[in-house]
Design a protein around this ligand. Structure first.
Ligand SMILES: *Cc1c(COP(=O)(O)O)cnc(C)c1O
Length: 375
């Protein structure tokens, strides 16, 4: 039985009629830009996740950029962030004209190393941008010791909690993505910002419509852009949001099954096999990706692929080695843990509709590979 890395059609089939009705409603209204669909989705997110204000925008990448703009981060300032994330995290900092200051990751969680982050805070630091990588919240409370604004890259972590507080409510501004493969995925691009601060929320709402005055149309207080969430996306996401808690629980259940089977097989540590930490009392993860680490990762990926099991590498290149950041002077060896993760990490199928038998099959192949049949 093939096991794809992700199967969006399986999920869609369970809610297709509701989605069709939502799309038809928007088409009938012919109101496509902001309006009640977006406003009502924003209220629904704020309420469900306990997030204060929610501001729908064009993508997770733009959410990160707008968060920094709303905090007046610009040329001359630095933002401390992880060197191991999707490109958009550091890209948003550079788009503001600011400089990303990278720190290495914690080996176990793949999230940024808090001690290193605090050590890199200096006179020019305007904000810290932790990423809740793979759906596990970073230790934001420890970063708060710097006394600076914290922008959470919660693109992979909608619904996650740390000590009972939701991702996106741990720092000053939270940034979410509705890219189709995220835990709450739209039918295209979309994103959202969260904040408890009235002034920041107002600024974000203005920035997403070219910095327009909140009451005076065609009067522009600053240069923003067109960063709106589509009404069609909002209508579709509003159908999906009530299912998010259940889908996230299914991901945690799938992760727990992987954990149990790998441990029962006695292969943890064999040929460098490491598993992600499980959710605990502090950290309720939403497992956007289930990422293991193994030596011979590339051979393992090929072995699984030949047997119909999908997997992916998040991420093959740490940010300090990206060509566009060459002027920052990063070199191989600067961030050894992130560089090891780039060589060894492998995401296995974890989507909510994944069947127990499929997990068993994936684990069986990984165990065969580790035990030598894959060589
Ligand atoms: C997906 C993602 C983004 C960007 O979101 P888009 O909606 O695709 O622009 C940013 N950061 C992280 C960590 C992501 O996973």
């Amino acid at each position: 039985m093939p096991v794809p890395l992700l199967d969006l059609r399986a999920q869609h089939a369970t809610i297709a009629a509701e989605i069709d009705a939502a799309v038809a409603r928007v088409l009938t209204s012919q109101r496509f830009i902001l309006g009640e669909e977006v406003a009502s989705f924003e209220r629904q997110v704020a309420e469900t996740l306990g997030l204060g204000h929610a501001v729908g925008v064009s993508s997770g990448s733009d959410a990160l950029y707008l968060a920094l703009r709303a905090l007046d981060v610009g040329p001359g300032s630095e933002v401390v962030t992880t060197v191991y994330s999707f490109f958009a995290t550091a890209g948003a900092i550079a788009r503001c004209g600011a400089t990303p200051v990278f720190v290495d990751i914690d080996e176990a969680t793949f999230n940024l190393d808090v001690e290193q982050a605090l050590a890199r805070v200096g006179a020019r630091t305007a904000a810290l941008m932790p990423v809740h990588l793979f759906g596990r919240c970073a230790e934001v409370e420890a970063l708060a010791e710097a006394g600076l604004p914290i922008v959470e890259d919660a693109a992979q972590a909608i619904g996650a909690r740390r000590d009972g507080v939701g991702a996106g409510a741990l720092g000053q501004i939270g940034c979410f993505s509705f890219f189709p493969s995220k835990n709450l995925g739209g039918a295209g691009d979309g994103g959202l910002l969260s904040t408890a601060d009235d002034d920041l929320a107002a600024r974000l709402r203005s920035l997403r419509v070219h910095g327009q005055h909140p009451e005076v149309r065609y009067e522009h207080l600053e240069v923003g852009g067109n960063y709106r969430l589509d009404a069609l996306q909002a209508a579709i996401l509003a159908v999906k949001l009530p299912h998010l808690t259940r889908w996230n629980q299914a991901r945690r259940d799938n992760a727990a099954r992987y954990q149990r089977l790998f441990e029962e097989a006695g292969v943890v540590g064999e040929r460098g096999l490491r598993l992600p930490p499980a959710s605990d009392a502090h950290s309720e993860d939403v497992v956007n990706q289930f990422v293991i680490a193994a030596r011979d990762r590339d051979a393992l990926k090929a072995y699984l692929g030949e047997r119909g099991v999908g997997s992916a590498i998040y991420y093959p290149q740490p940010l300090h080695l990206q060509p566009c950041f060459a002027d920052l002077g990063g070199a191989p060896g600067d961030f050894p843990r992130a560089e090891a993760a780039a060589r060894e990490s492998l995401a296995l199928p974890i989507y909510p509709e994944l069947q127990a038998a499929q997990i068993d099959e994936v684990v069986g192949y990984v165990v065969d590979f580790l035990r030598g049949q894959g060589r």
